[in-house]
Ligand binder design. Structure first.
Ligand SMILES: [Zn+2]
Length: 105
């Protein structure tokens, strides 16, 4: 069990760098649809956000995803993303998983 390469991504809102699987990918598909790509495998241009409802709210309020995805999100898209952000599990779970990946205290 040696050290493994962990792909890192940056949250487009808070700019925190985290392991890719701790972030959620939002993708603009080749058809121009906005989708939440929980498996990280959908083709298209992607942007990453923390599992933190605040990042979703802020990113949408500040049009960060529009910039990252080089598109204009429709109100429907924004509603969908805000709804997803609201349903994210609480921050406690996120901190617990982050603590396991950080060796320093
Ligand atoms: Zn964030």
């Amino acid at each position: 069990m040696g050290p493994r390469h962990v792909p890192l991504r940056t949250c487009v809102q808070c700019q925190q760098v985290r392991p890719k699987r701790e972030l959620i990918r939002v993708v603009r598909t080749p058809e121009g649809k906005i989708a939440i790509d929980e498996r990280g495998k959908t083709a298209g241009r992607g942007a990453y956000l923390c599992r933190n409802p605040a990042c979703w709210n802020e990113a949408i309020a500040r049009d960060r995803l529009d910039h990252a995805l080089k598109t204009k999100l429709s109100l429907e898209d924004k509603d969908q993303l805000l709804e997803f952000g609201r349903r994210l599990p609480s921050i406690e779970g996120q901190q617990a998983s982050t603590a396991q990946t950080q060796s320093s205290h």
